[in-house]
Design a protein around this ligand. Sequence first.
Ligand code: ZN
Length: 495
Amino acid sequence: MYWTDWDRISEDEARHRQGRVLHDFLKNQVLKYSPFYIELFKRAGLSADNIKSLDDLHKIPFTTKADIAPTAEDPAKPRKLVLQPDPDKYASTIGIGKKLGLMKNKLVQGRELRDQVLDEYLPIFFISTTGRTALPTPFMYTTRDLQLFNEAARRLLTIIGAKRDKDFIISIFPYAPHLAFWIVYQAGIMNGCQMFHTGGGRVLGTEKIMKMIESFKATIVVGIPGYVYHLLTLAAEQKLDYSHVRMIVLGAERVTPGYKKRIAELLESMGAKNPIILSTLGFTEARVAWTECPTENSIEQSTGYHLYPDLEIFEVIDPETGKPVGKGESGELAYTCLDWRGSVVLRYRTGDYIRGGITREPCPSCGRTCPRMSCDITRLCDKGELQLTKVKGTLVDFNEFFPIMSDQKEVREWQIEIGKRHGDEHGLDEITLNLSLKEGADGEAVVNQIDKVVKERMEVSIEKFNLLSPAEISSLLEIEVRPKELRIKDKRKEK
Ligand SMILES: [Zn+2]
């Protein structure tokens, strides 16, 4: 079902196998049982025979968020992605259709036929997108899919080099039906590692988690960047002993080198020695996550995310033309699942822009030959969360604030607010920056510096700066109550 040599095979061999699996997958599964793709292929005048190798992949039309997200008119849209054989024809799905008359109620490989089919196709577990403004989109796993999920989860801790007998891992991902929480949970189970799931600040409270990391002598902490930073800042203020923390693994959000550096500095201020800071990538539609591997200097040198050629096909495409770009070139990420059941997507446009694309060179750190994807990722399009928005009629990429603010060493926390001047609905747009600074910082100098950099790099200006206390900014960011902090707040949309 998955390849035991996934991280050792050559590029040619991987491409060859991927093409073969893709063809069979389309022929025997997707174009038999996926209501969405049966229809899409029909409209495009395509059949499985048109897709014989990876070179034919580009013929398949893209799938976008709009194709799969539920709407008020069509709340059952995500269901159309799920492979769903006709119950009356179940038997033919495992290749013994003709014999069914004879085999009814008989055991096949020790299990009832019906159970085998249910294992393959019955969705028994799902995760969901966050869906702050859009309706959440669920993605389903069958029993068979969970074997792939388990394997992907296992690979995560193997790649980061977690040791069963030495490491104690604390997860501060919130308990939620999200990929991050569940894949981390399963990674611990699959690797037999000591791992404690706090459920995040909302469940245990930040204070308790901070103390727990100290008292359990945790060696690895995993969580969402914004919350990890918040927690480490508070822990550093209380001068807790985190000398045992050797690694932080960040997930579910983009991480810049500046951010990694600040996390490392906070840890070092609590006694940690050369902590390794890794980022991971995962998205609901892929049902798995990928990670960097450790290097001597994990802040400056990123190995990129180690991908799984047996579980998916990644393409990097030109976001304008949709054409695949050359090796190692930048572009938008498109994802195709390979031989999964449950919710199946082909050539799904993630809206993520990858600077540096995908490389097939062996990893300089671990030597694995799996494809590796650059970690320099930005969101291209607004997928329910505010990133790209018009201010005074000009399109502004608010993603840019993240690297800019990461570079500001004196800034403890920040939040952008977009509102209307004097609260007048028809008035001009106005950007406010709420800031909490480190003790002893020169407020005026910091404000001037940010003002200058933002004008230069983003061609917008910040109208108002508010200097706030740590408690005030935490409350504005809603760090303790939300799964992700409210970093950019568009008050114009609150009606
Ligand atoms: Zn590696």
